[in-house]
Design a protein around this ligand. Structure first.
Ligand code: ATP
Ligand code: MG
Length: 396
């Protein structure tokens, strides 16, 4: 059996906790894995007796499979495994072969067999299975010794009804919940470090994300827009393709600059971004807004400013980075792969018309008074109508 196929055991931790919803979460997780592995012919993904198994043609390298699965939310861990009939002789022979192959690849002096019998009708109990297989390996591989405390190799033998598995490593996955199990959200995506990380964090909880990006063309360049698309392309590897709505904020920024107090510019622009975000979200069926805001990071992210920003919209605003330290955000950005792109220096619309002394404790009544000098709704509608959209596919 093990000759024609490679097998991978996929564990999905948190998904398993979902009670009655379990089949639903599993189905979505399996669909997602199928989609990512579709490019490789002959891959089969099935659920068998409570395990999710992926079987691939022998010639498909494990790295190709593990690379794809490392981007799937909901996968807790996975193990490349050898599959064999649940019969002690066959398991023993396969374990010996497996161990010999491992020893050819790296130095192993000590090992331990960890056997588990999930088929209780199997005639031999788990500790005994471990001893029998261990003895067979010792006999075949003369240089090996058993070490139950710190072995160079821990060989897992999982005996199940029908088929059994032999594997060594557990590669950890992304965790989280399968994409598509938690509604749709709209991320306000700048070209900075934070907002791509915020989008990733929500997607990791199963939310499908779309994006809105604001620019101030011609003050912001085409290259800044390319950068945002590049970031979306990296995110799309985890989140699936991402639709970006692009909106020119310049007419609104000019009105604010002309009619409103300079120190309120930043907060006013932030509120317009939120309102436009809400307009797009309603149009696209998104349930929430997502931003990369972080408490205290800049003038517009003080507790007071965030409160006044929030009050611009009715939709819930998700700020998954709110209490994180910048160093941790950067670490995550590096792990996802967005950091290097984010730090490329291109102008952002926020830096156009930057006030010299932005108010760090804006008051809602003053902000509302300033806004009343503008034709807010008309400005929003015009900006929205002039929007452009682009569908960004996962980067290859
Ligand atoms: P980031 O690194 O995400 O740009 P930041 O620390 O630079 O964040 P701000 O520029 O104040 O902070 O922006 C706060 C949040 O507002 C961003 O995380 C993002 O969600 C949103 N935002 C800012 N600029 C834009 C933009 N040009 N288009 C879309 N959203 C934006
Ligand atoms: Mg920014």
């Amino acid at each position: 059996m093990e000759e024609q196929r490679n097998t991978y055991i996929v564990r999905y931790g948190e998904v398993a906790l979902k009670g009655d919803n379990k089949p639903y979460f599993e189905r979505i997780l399996m669909e997602r894995m199928r989609k990512l592995l579709k490019k490789y012919p002959g891959v089969e993904i099935r659920r068998e007796n409570g395990l999710v198994l992926i079987r691939t043609p022998r010639e498909l390298p494990a790295e190709a499979v593990t690379k794809e699965l490392s981007k799937v939310f909901g996968v807790d861990s996975l193990s490349p495994a050898v599959e064999v009939d649940s019969e002690l002789e066959a398991i023993g022979a396969a374990a010996v072969k497996y161990m010999s192959e491992l020893m050819a690849r790296r130095e192993i002096k000590t090992f331990k067999v960890e056997a588990r019998r999930s088929d209780k009708s199997f005639p031999v109990q788990s500790p005994e299975i471990g001893r029998i297989i261990g003895a067979k390996i010792l006999k075949a591989c003369k240089t090996l010794k058993v070490d139950v405390h710190q072995p160079d190799c821990r060989l897992f033998v999982q005996v199940r009804q029908g088929n059994s598995f032999i594997y060594e490593e557990k590669l950890s996955g992304r965790g989280g919940l399968p994409l598509g199990t938690n509604g749709r959200g709209l991320v306000l995506l700048s070209g900075g470090i934070d907002s791509p990380v915020a989008a990733y964090m929500m997607a990791r909880r199963g939310m499908v994300v779309e994006a809105v990006h604001f620019h101030s063309y011609p003050y912001t360049s085409e290259r800044a827009w390319e950068k945002v698309k590049e970031l979306a392309g990296i995110l799309a590897e985890y989140c699936g393709r991402i639709r970006i709505t692009s909106i020119n904020l310049l007419p609104i920024q000019e009105q604010i600059a002309q009619h409103c107090p300079e120190e309120l510019t930043t907060i006013l622009v932030r509120r317009f971004m939120m309102k436009l975000g809400q307009r797009v979200a309603e149009d696209r069926g998104c349930l929430m807004l997502i931003t990369g805001e972080n408490l205290g990071q800049v003038a517009s992210q003080t507790a007071e400013a965030l409160t006044v920003t929030d009050q611009a919209v009715d939709l819930p605003v998700m700020r998954p980075l709110i209490a994180m330290d910048k160093t941790d955000i950067i670490e995550l950005a590096k792990d996802i792969g967005t950091f290097e792109t984010s730090i490329q220096p291109f102008e952002d619309c926020c830096t156009v018309f930057l006030p010299r002394h932005p108010s760090t404790k804006p008051r809602l009544d003053r902000v509302l008074e300033a806004e009343s000098r503008l034709e807010g709704e008309a400005l929003i509608e015009q900006a929205f109508e002039a929007r452009e959209t682009e569908l960004v596919l996962p980067r290859e």
